[in-house]
Design a protein around this ligand. Structure first.
Ligand code: HEM
Ligand code: HEM
Length: 468
């Protein structure tokens, strides 16, 4: 007892308060041990005891998977808070957001955090997907985790779309009108599916209620099931893919480091920095809110949410059947089959497959950066396939013909790259992937910033509101 009193006299005020809550935790390792053991064993129920030392390198993962987890947690926490105030009926939804922003303590901040975390999540998950692809982390035994990842990507996309409608302002109402309008072009079931999603023929009370239920119940449940499944597969694969230099042989060396503190400390740093960045953005930039939704007055231009701007841009160049159905489905099937057709597993863990793969990726990116804008401008001002072939149905003149042309050019690109660089299949396929991803990013940027009234091409400084 005396020993304790003597020690507490040496403590400063802060330490004394802490000591009153956790006696024995200050400069007394003997007493601290049980607490540490408790927390360590809690953490080790979820994490492996040790990890391969080389997988701790920041340049393998860039912390992206961990950031996605942190953002999902932030969305769950702020989403639950929003639910206390938000009312999912057209007469009250917009008003409840105004009330939240003006009268609820930290209401605006909570909404901002939810809004920016949702956007950040999409970007981070996309970057995580690219890192997994470019480090060859989808080869066996990680194939199925690639599929789980893709499913989660679609879930995150759906949660963004369903959340987008909830504020019920002009922006959200018309963006979702465009999005759900796209469903109509799915052959056979399009109209039925659109009716199902909208809960009727138009966007109205039923749509809001369906979107709210999906957003706040179905999606969280899906994520709560898929995320542990995703992490379990990482464990089952023996941890992350082991990074190595292009000239380095695959080694069987097994140098491990304890998870605590090595991995946990890195994860905490990434989480703290990310939370700080989101908080700063949320303090300085408010989530947009326009006038209350008016089904009788569509804004010009009426744009889809920014993550669909690429598809909306595609719609300006191809027949809807191709822009909204055939091309996206073709891409999705390709993405799903990547780990099953591409089987040269010996490059797993090497960024961009090899040194040659890196050069080819740079060339592919440059080709996309140069030719995508040229194609967009040419199609806007010069090419008019439908007018040139007036007697041929639009599905063919504006759909099949340009699609077949693009496909032929892509195959040609693959062959030229393979021959010019005397590369293997992996490297050539990777350059096609880079070409398509960069082209899609350029389409998205064009859709967001370079389309104005009537969706005509324009320079961004002509629009007053640049934020999508
Ligand atoms: C909400 C979405 C997602 C979350 C929360 C998530 C989370 C994670 C985490 C924490 C890891 C381990 C650390 C890291 O690699 O950074 C990981 C690994 C992995 N993820 Fe994801 N991920 C998501 C989406 C995706 C997507 C879209 C894909 C690909 C299509 C994907 C495929 C993989 C694969 C294959 C691994 C194992 C990588 C390796 O062994 O090196 N994930 N994910
Ligand atoms: C992956 C998870 C999630 C994503 C990506 C997401 C995304 C979004 C987006 C983009 C909005 C529109 C925000 C705006 O511009 O104002 C929104 C609103 C909303 N979300 Fe989420 N959300 C997620 C999870 C949740 C959860 C778990 C809940 C509740 C259980 C929730 C409840 C709400 C509510 C009530 C709104 C309407 C308030 C508002 O628009 O400000 N969200 N969400």
């Amino acid at each position: 007892m005396k020993e304790n009193d003597a020690m507490s006299e040496r403590l400063n005020l802060f330490q004394r308060i802490r000591y009153s809550v956790f006696p024995g935790t200050i400069d007394r390792p003997r007493y601290r041990e049980p607490y540490r053991n408790f927390f360590n064993s809690l953490v080790l129920h979820f994490r492996p005891r040790s990890v391969q030392k080389r997988t701790l390198r920041f340049t393998l993962t860039w912390g992206l998977g961990g950031m996605a987890v942190v953002l999902v947690c932030m969305l769950f926490a702020t989403g639950l808070m929003l639910k206390f105030v938000y009312q999912p009926v057209p007469d009250r939804a917009y008003e409840s957001i105004i009330h939240l922003q003006n009268n609820v303590l930290f209401g605006q901040l909570i909404r901002n955090i939810h809004h920016w975390s949702a956007y950040a999540l999409l970007v981070i998950v996309f970057l995580h997907f690219l890192r997994v692809f470019f480090t060859g982390a989808f080869y066996p035994p990680r194939q199925f985790n690639w599929i789980i990842g893709l499913t989660m990507f679609l879930v995150v996309l759906t949660s963004n779309i369903t959340g987008y409608l909830l504020p019920w302002d002009q922006l959200s109402f018309w963006a979702i009108t465009i999005c759900t309008g796209m469903l109509e072009y799915i052959p056979g079931i399009g109209e039925w599916l659109q009716g199902l999603v909208r809960g009727g023929s138009d966007i109205g009370p039923a749509t809001l209620s369906i979107f709210f239920a999906i957003h706040t119940a179905v999606i969280p449940v899906c994520l709560l099931i898929l995320m542990p499944f995703h992490f379990w597969r990482v464990r089952k694969a023996g941890g992350l893919v082991i990074p190595r230099r292009p000239d380095e042989e695959e080694s069987s060396e097994d140098e491990k480091a304890p998870t605590i503190p090595n991995l946990i400390l890195r994860e905490i740093v990434v989480a703290v920095v990310l939370i700080a960045v989101v908080m700063v953005v949320a303090v300085f930039f408010n989530a947009p809110l326009e006038a209350k939704a008016n089904p009788g007055l569509s804004p010009n231009p009426t744009k889809a949410p920014w993550y669909f701007a690429g598809i909306q841009e595609l719609l300006l160049h191809f027949h809807p059947l191709f822009a909204l159905f055939i091309i996206p489905v073709f891409m999705l099937i390709t993405l799903v089959s990547i780990p099953y057709i591409n089987y040269q597993t010996e490059t797993a863990g090497v960024w961009f497959t090899s040194l040659k793969g890196r050069s080819m990726a740079v060339v592919a990116a440059l080709v996309a950066i140069i030719f995508t804008p040229i194609g967009i401008v040419a199609d806007e001002f010069i090419i008019d396939l439908a007018a040139w072939m007036p007697n041929i149905p639009g599905e063919i003149s504006n759909g099949l013909i340009p699609f077949a042309l693009m496909l032929t050019l892509t195959i040609l690109f693959y062959k030229v790259m393979k021959n010019k660089f005397s590369s293997n299949n992996n490297e050539a396929l990777q350059s096609v992937f880079v070409l398509l991803v960069v082209a899609f990013i350029i389409l998205t940027i064009t859709g967001i910033w370079f389309r104005g009234k009537g969706m005509a091409l324009m320079w961004p400084w002509e629009v007053s509101d640049l934020i999508p």
